[in-house]
Ligand binder design. Structure first.
Ligand code: NAP
Ligand code: F7E
Length: 331
């Protein structure tokens, strides 16, 4: 029997790289869609380059999506590509809507045209709950997004539900709470904190500038979360699932765990910087993943403390090897 084929949009991102590894381990033939750039940035999948097939495409370009699906003939499509940084969504609101909202419709339309029998995963987000209307949040909690990113994701979520109901596509949505790893982008708060813990420890930096220390998130490990994505597409019936740890921590807790791990004190180095405050904030998120546990048999394996220490250790190793691996200015 030939190997099952999967296409991952956003394969160069944090989740795409973990999912590609996971699917290769399961014996899949893995295809990835990448957008053209004047300089290739495939760091996260460098170690997989000769094991995956890459296709050039962009969520803004319908032709490229149809061609990518025709060329890869996937059994499973994981639509992970998006503009994923919430703060940037106020700077580029309509582009965010095009990538993270309408881009989902383009993918679903391409699937209807090229491979309607495939199974589809949409990367929905806990940002859709925003100003939460229920604690903890489940699949039935109403949405109240608080950023252009969250609004775009609500559109992407409901168009996935709508195409499932309109055209009987096997389309599922994972409502994933924040998940992190040593491959997390440097602009996200956990990685910014773990990078600075390492840099201050090594004498490369002296301070860490942050915005809202009181914001609370339900943080898990990306390696655990890609397993849930795959499990969703192995079900006979498509559906929507919350994926979360059920434990919430503040940004301040994150600093304390990271700094404590390398013997630093928060008060000695953290500077509050209003430029990192958002026009509208999501103060508190905590998910209830009972459905994923019951139907998929999924549970997280890495705790918050283990995750943050893993990220600090990786950043210490990175900066000890290459002190020039600097954080881009202003992040
Ligand atoms: P990420 O690291 O920012 O990766 C995003 C990926 O999307 C990158 O591969 C990027 O390609 C690609 N991309 C962006 N715009 C594109 C376009 N127009 N056409 C094609 N590809 C494009 O994000 P992540 O953390 O892996 O998240 C994966 C998905 O899950 C995203 O949809 C995100 O919104 C969603 N999500 C993430 C979390 C989380 O906590 N990580 C939680 C819930 C939902 P380049 O390399 O070319 O930039
Ligand atoms: O912010 C606060 C900030 O940028 C977390 C994305 O993967 O998860 C992610 O979105 C919190 C916010 O992630 C800084 O105000 C304080 O309250 O790490 P973040 P996010 O906005 O929660 C969701 C589920 C996604 O779907 C998204 O794609 O931390 N915060 N000071 C800061 N945040 C940043 N980035 N930088 C700071 O200096």
């Amino acid at each position: 029997m030939s190997a099952r084929r999967a296409l991952i949009t956003g394969i160069t991102g944090q989740d795409g790289s973990y999912l590609a590894e996971f699917l290769l381990d399961q014996g899949y033939e893995v295809h990835g869609m990448v957008r053209r750039s004047s300089t290739e940035k495939f760091d996260r999948i460098e170690h997989l380059r000769n094991r995956v097939t890459l296709h050039q495409g962009d969520l803004l370009d319908q032709r490229s999506l149809v061609d990518t699906l025709r060329a890869s003939q996937p059994d499973e499509i994981y639509n992970l590509a998006a503009m994923s940084f919430v703060a940037a969504s106020w700077v580029q609101p309509t582009l965010t809507a095009e990538f993270s909202g309408t881009g989902v419709t383009r993918m679903l339309e391409a699937m209807r045209e090229a491979c309607p029998e495939a199974r589809f995963y949409q990367a929905s987000s806990s940002e859709m709950f925003g100003k939460v209307l229920e604690v903890p949040q489940t699949e039935t909690t109403p949405f109240y997004p608080r950023s252009p990113y969250g609004v775009a994701k609500v559109y992407g979520h409901f168009i996935t539900v709508n195409y499932r109901e309109s055209y009987e596509l096997h389309a599922s949505s994972g409502i994933l709470f924040n998940h992190e790893s040593p491959r997390r982008g440097l602009e996200f708060v956990t990685r910014k904190i773990t990078w600075h813990a390492a840099a201050i420890k090594l004498g490369l930096e002296t301070e860490l500038r942050l915005g809202n220390l009181d914001a609370e998130r339900d943080w898990g490990f990306a390696g655990d979360y890609v397993r849930a994505m795959w499990l969703m597409l192995q079900q006979d019936e498509p559906s929507d699932f919350v994926v979360a740890t059920g434990v919430s921590h503040s940004v301040r807790d994150c600093v304390e765990v990271a700094f404590g791990h390398v013997g630093l004190a928060l008060d000695d180095h953290v500077v509050l910087d209003p430029s990192y405050l958002r026009p509208a904030e999501v103060e508190h998120l905590i998910g209830d993943a009972s459905k994923a546990k019951r139907v998929l048999g999924w549970a997280p394996e890495v705790s918050f403390e283990q995750l943050i220490r893993m990220m600090v250790d990786a950043d210490v190793a990175l900066l000890a090897r290459d002190p020039a691996a600097r954080l881009p200015r202003g992040q």
